[in-house]
Design a protein around this ligand. Structure first.
Ligand SMILES: C[S@@+](CC[C@H](N)C(=O)[O-])C[C@H]1O[C@@H](n2cnc3c(N)ncnc32)[C@H](O)[C@@H]1O
Length: 252
């Protein structure tokens, strides 16, 4: 179906509010976004670190929202792109955006905690801007590592607190408590109420913490192209076999 600019504008208004500022036939979906032209400005800072040609690749976009990154992956020629999110309103936006953009992208309602039900590993997994919205972030990371990452994971997280990173202590004596006060100690700040008026923000890790959590879930950090963005691949098994050991029977 062909939409006039006025029809696109009307659909965009009806499907709002939008978090992703997409350009749909000249109609911007979130022109007043508090982060500016988001996420395009962030994408520009790490776009060159993702292969330009994704032909032959499958992509899973976890927490796809209105599909900005899913659409960009399809524009790079990925064979199959699947965006998942647990929010129906965002999925409706993503489906409309794909239709207006003329791009074949699948969008499904699925929580990150249920990725095992996909029974598929993807060449590229995007796990961006979701971790700090989860009450159980390590469980989610372990599940993503265990069930869907087949090649590269592009990971992004809001970071708060110190950006210092030092080698994580392998052990410490019981009464040696000073280490915990060091700015570079991995810290996951718990948000009991709201942060930035958003009740879905549960955690605000510092940089050392997010890097340690990724390693602990069995990821190797292979690039850090933007302050909040990491490219990862699967390394060893999650520390302590992770939180997902009951699922091992199914994947073994
Ligand atoms: C801050 S937005 C990030 C959107 C996009 N990935 C990006 O980087 O711009 C967080 C998204 O994660 C989704 N989300 C939150 N919890 C989720 C869950 N348990 N499973 C799947 N998606 C979730 C939200 O609905 C929202 O679309």
């Amino acid at each position: 179906m062909n939409f006039s600019t006025e029809q696109i504008r009307a659909h965009v208004a009806a499907l709002g509010p939008w978090f992703h500022n997409l350009d749909l036939g000249g109609v911007m979906t979130a022109p007043d976004h508090f982060l500016g032209d988001y996420p395009r400005t962030k994408w520009r800072r790490f776009a060159d670190s993702i292969p330009q040609d994704l032909s032959g690749c499958s992509v899973l976009d976890i927490g796809c929202n209105a599909g900005f990154y899913s659409l960009e992956m399809k524009r790079r020629g990925a064979d199959r792109v699947l965006g998942i999110d647990f929010d129906d309103a965002y999925l409706a936006q993503a489906r409309f955006a794909a239709e207006i953009s003329g791009l074949q992208v699948g969008f499904e309602k699925l929580s990150v905690y249920d990725v095992a039900s996909l029974h598929e590993r993807f060449d590229v997994v995007l796990f961006m801007g979701v971790l700090y919205h989860l009450r159980h972030p390590l469980l989610a990371l372990d599940l993503v590592r265990e069930h869907v990452v087949g090649g590269m994971m592009v990971f992004q997280c809001m970071l708060r607190g110190s950006m210092q990173v030092e080698e994580t202590p392998k052990d410490a004596a019981f009464f040696a408590t000073d280490a915990f006060d060091a700015p570079s100690y991995p810290k996951l700040h718990f948000i009991e109420h709201r942060y930035a008026q958003d009740p879905t923000n549960w955690w605000a890790p510092n940089r050392a913490c997010v890097e340690a959590m990724l390693r602990s879930s069995g990821f190797e950090l292979i690039d850090h192209p933007e302050e909040e963005v990491y490219l990862c691949k699967c390394a060893g098994r999650p520390a302590g076999e992770g939180a997902v050991y009951p699922a091992r029977g199914a994947s073994a």
